[in-house]
Design a protein. Structure first.
Lengths: 102, 409
């Protein structure tokens, strides 16, 4: 299954990733250090409701709306990196003045 | 064991309402004739006409629920869990696993309890503030089976479980069905009752619009009664198959012996004497009680002109001359009308009346009404031998439900 994990996003230096990971850690009560980009949410014990709540808080923080439910593709588990990719994609498509809303 | 041989015990009680955060405090306050109806404190009143209600005050959910669980719990479920935890501490102090039950025969039958606070808050966010930011748990918080589900989850009850919806008779129907399911062998133990927390601006305003709210107090059966007062709360009864309860040495508060239902099939809100009488008769028949066997009636007694007159007439129709010897009281005078929880709070009071040989009063009673000419235990509770009692619920929609209880022996 390792081959199904997408490459790590090239955003390690992006400060927004830290913000996202902080929110995920806070909302799911998972140790922040375990939130590696290739970690699967299933393996971290993050249930779908916890993930939904984390996405809600991330949306609130950035003033965005993620277009889809945080569902993994049918043949793979959701990873932390996939979640971050989705969020960054939405953030990058938004005008910057809409960001500060929390 | 046949259905008619199987008996059902009340082995746990729990409650929270305006006059207490547990069943014992509530019962003491009811017997003291205290009034839980006060100026509304929990919500803004500037847009309300009726400004009194029987609110639960001093309730701190953060002290009672895990921070991770709380976002999932509307106040309706919070109150339900408080009452259920108390009742289960009593019925199963070492946990449900220690009772030696068939795990598939312990369930929850509970009055439907909408998450009205969540509905109100969500609509305010959506329409009032123009925001699309609804909390992701809005749906599971609102769903009317949420209180039943949270109780089932809390105690690991895996048997038949569901919620009953019949407006102000919801929790009476729940208790009655739980009783019948135990008698039928479908359950061995049921956590049953109801919960209501709908004192929001939107909901109180809706009751205002119906013009049935009293401006100050609830005065059931008194000629100067002016309508009902809304309340909130929850009550839970643990029902258990009698022999099982006896065998394990459980404390039995009373025996539940009868349940009767009927539908008026007439008006959607106005009460109907014939429908009410039919449900009372059905409960007595189900219990194997003669009218003269009953000493106490916990009335629906809403304090509206129509209900109290119609309920009095129904009691006279069923009990005949014996009606004049009944003690009849309405605790809605003290706890307000707790809607989906009303029947459960009143069933709990009826159980305790039978257990303790004391009838709680109807407070606020001031003026004799020739159309309400029974003994309503006015203003002061009364000790009297109570071997059997009934609890009436006559709901909007014309759905009637009556429970009968008897002293444990």
């Amino acid at each position: 299954m390792d081959s199904a994990i997408p490459p790590l996003p090239a955003t390690n230096a992006d400060p927004r990733v830290d913000v996202i990971l902080d929110i995920v850690a806070r909302e799911t009560k998972v140790d922040r250090n375990r939130l590696r980009l290739d970690a699967r949410t299933d393996d971290l014990g993050i249930g779908s409701l916890d993930l939904t709540l984390a996405v809600f808080e991330i949306e609130s923080h950035f003033g965005i709306e993620l277009p889809l439910a945080p569902e993994p593709p049918a043949d793979a588990s959701m990873t932390v990196g996939m979640l971050i990719d989705q969020i960054l994609a939405v953030l990058d498509s938004k005008p910057t003045e809409r960001r500060a809303h929390s | 064991m046949t259905i008619s041989e199987r008996r059902v015990a009340v082995t746990g009680l729990g409650a929270i309402a305006a006059l207490g955060h547990d069943a014992a405090s509530l019962w003491r306050a009811l017997l003291a004739g205290e009034c839980g109806v006060r100026p509304i404190a929990n919500i803004p009143i500037d847009r309300l006409t009726a400004r009194t209600a029987a609110e639960v005050l001093g309730f701190d959910p953060h002290a009672l629920f895990d921070a991770r669980r709380l976002p999932m719990l509307d106040r309706t479920s919070q109150l339900a869990l408080v009452a259920a935890r108390e009742a289960m501490r009593q019925a199963a102090p070492a946990g449900i696993g220690a009772l030696g039950l068939d795990a598939n025969k312990a369930g929850v039958v509970f009055g439907a309890g909408l998450g009205v606070n969540t509905i109100d808050t969500s609509y305010h966010t959506l329409y009032g503030e123009g925001s699309n930011r609804l909390h992701p748990f809005t749906v599971p918080r609102i769903m009317p089976n949420a209180p039943a589900s949270h109780i089932s989850i809390d105690f690991g009850l895996r048997g038949p479980s569901f919620a009953t919806a019949s407006a102000c008779a919801s929790s009476t129907h729940a208790i009655g069905l739980a009783f019948h399911m135990i008698r039928a062998g479908l359950l061995q133990l049921a956590v049953t009752g109801g919960s209501d927390a709908s004192l929001t601006v939107g909901h109180v305003r809706a009751w205002d619009a119906l013009r049935v709210l009293s401006p100050d107090a609830c005065r059931p059966f008194s000629k100067d009664r002016a309508g009902l007062v809304l309340g909130e709360g929850a009550a839970v009864l643990v029902l258990e198959e009698w022999e099982h309860a006896k065998k394990r040495g459980a404390m039995i508060h009373a025996e539940i012996v009868g349940f009767g239902m009927s539908a008026d099939a007439a008006d959607i809100t106005a009460p109907d004497e014939a429908g009410a009488a039919q449900a009372i008769s059905a409960a007595l028949t189900d219990a194997g009680l003669q009218p003269a066997d009953v000493q106490y009636v916990n009335a629906h007694g809403t304090g509206t002109r129509l209900n109290d007159r119609s309920e009095t007439a129904a009691l006279k129709r069923v009990f005949g001359d014996h009606a004049q010897r009944l003690a009849v009281s309405s605790i809605k005078s003290m706890l307000g009308h707790c809607l989906n929880a009303g029947g459960a709070l009143e069933a709990l009071a009826t159980v305790l009346a039978v257990r303790d040989d004391v009838a709680p009063p109807t407070i606020g009673y001031r003026v004799f009404d020739p159309e309400c000419d029974l003994d309503y235990v006015p203003n002061t509770s009364r000790h009297a031998s109570i071997d059997a009692a009934i609890s009436n619920s006559f709901a909007f929609g014309g759905f009637n439900a009556v429970l009968a209880f008897r002293k444990a022996r």
